[in-house]
Design a protein around this ligand. Structure first.
Ligand code: SAM
Length: 342
């Protein structure tokens, strides 16, 4: 039997690689069926699991056997299944849950887009516009509400996990206002307002996204009197004045959008304004396989890319920003501390 530990010879490994879709589909199926949530800490017979997650036992055994080969769940000698460190991460209630990320990376649109990777590599353009007739985030929010919800849940999860680290790293003691551009549901803004009790914060994102902003920032929330929620398109304009602008995990789209957003920030802030760009880098990461796969997915959906340190600095300086410092937020994220040159 092939286990997660063995390193197969090249012909076998390549055969396995070309079945990567089966692996991704199996993780997705387990996540959608809630298998990890149904499995407790006790070894469980597949018939019992099947009854809980409402599937046929025989195909569920086949699904779990396939996943066990990758170390997601483990099959015991008596045929029962147990959790592994990886399968626990598919539980909704795990503090480090990756369930939403697992669904996001395998949403239906990805299965439409991957077969067109050769086309994207040939042209350098995204394939979503030719598939769906509109830009990715418009497609997501207007035509694929379930995928949009999965995206928002995945972003919420990863934002919650990183927002506290971002707030801990940033020193905004001299500032009276901050604006988070493309700030999702506002986790970074909320953490910064918690850290600095007199700071005011603005959250800008697309209308359907800010509709679901954190209740703490909305009317009646405990931070509402210091928070402003601004629906809009940051490529069209940044209609907010602030002492500090935060741009986290946005500058991964096409270069023109990056140039437009940075140009709008320079215009809104003016000379000397602090701009903090936070990104995953493709040349400074402990997870090259994940980052390079995400880089290709960004090519497919928004014609974008994960940046290297050099390509990020290049985009920032050509937009009129000076990069003062580059610091890790955590092993996966880096903060580029900049100011507008003027
Ligand atoms: C990868 S998420 C990052 C969210 C958040 N900054 C974080 O780090 O958790 C990208 C965000 O950009 C937003 N976005 C995409 N296009 C936008 C646009 N044209 N104007 C404003 N926000 C946009 C998306 O809605 C989404 O919330």
């Amino acid at each position: 039997m092939t286990t997660a530990e063995t390193a197969p010879p090249p012909p076998m490994r390549l055969r396995e690689l070309v079945f990567g879709a089966a692996c991704a589909a199996a993780v997705r199926a387990a996540a959608r069926l809630g298998v990890a949530d149904a499995l407790t800490d006790r070894p469980t017979a597949v018939e019992d699991l099947a009854a809980t997650v409402k599937t046929e036992p025989k195909p569920l055994r086949r699904l779990l056997r396939a996943l066990s080969c990758y170390g997601v769940f483990a099959e015991q000698p008596d045929g029962t299944f147990t959790h592994t460190d990886m399968s626990r991460l598919l539980r909704e209630d795990d503090p480090n849950s990756l369930r939403a990320i697992a669904l996001w990376c395998t949403e239906p649109w990805t299965w439409d887009a991957w077969p067109k990777l050769d086309e994207a590599v040939r042209t350098g353009n995204n394939v979503v516009e030719s598939l769906y007739g509109k830009e990715f985030f418009h497609y997501l929010n207007e035509d694929a509400p379930e995928s949009a919800d999965v995206f928002n849940r995945a972003m919420t999860r990863s934002s919650e996990q990183s927002a506290r680290e971002v707030a801990a790293l940033l020193d905004l003691s001299g500032a009276s206002s901050v604006a988070d551009l493309g700030g999702g549901q506002g986790h970074v803004v909320a953490c910064l307002l918690d850290k600095y009790p007199t700071l005011r914060g603005s959250l800008l994102d697309l209308p359907r996204v800010v509709e679901n902003a954190l209740p703490r920032l909305r009317e009646g929330g405990d931070l509402a009197d210091r928070a402003e929620i601004v629906p809009g398109d940051v490529r069209a304009s940044v209609p907010v004045e602030a002492d500090v602008y935060v741009i986290k995990n946005i500058l991964e789209w096409d270069d023109e959008s990056t140039a437009r957003l940075l140009g709008n920030v320079v215009k809104a802030g003016g000379k000397g304004t602090r701009v903090i760009v936070i990104e995953n880098l493709v040349d400074d990461t402990p997870s090259m396989r994940f980052s390079t796969a995400m880089d290709l997915l960004l090519l497919l959906n928004v014609g974008g890319a994960k940046h290297t340190t050099e390509s990020m600095v290049g985009r920032l300086t050509s937009a009129g920003l000076a990069v003062d410092d580059i610091r890790p937020v955590n092993p996966y994220l880096h903060a580029f501390e900049c100011h507008v040159v003027g």
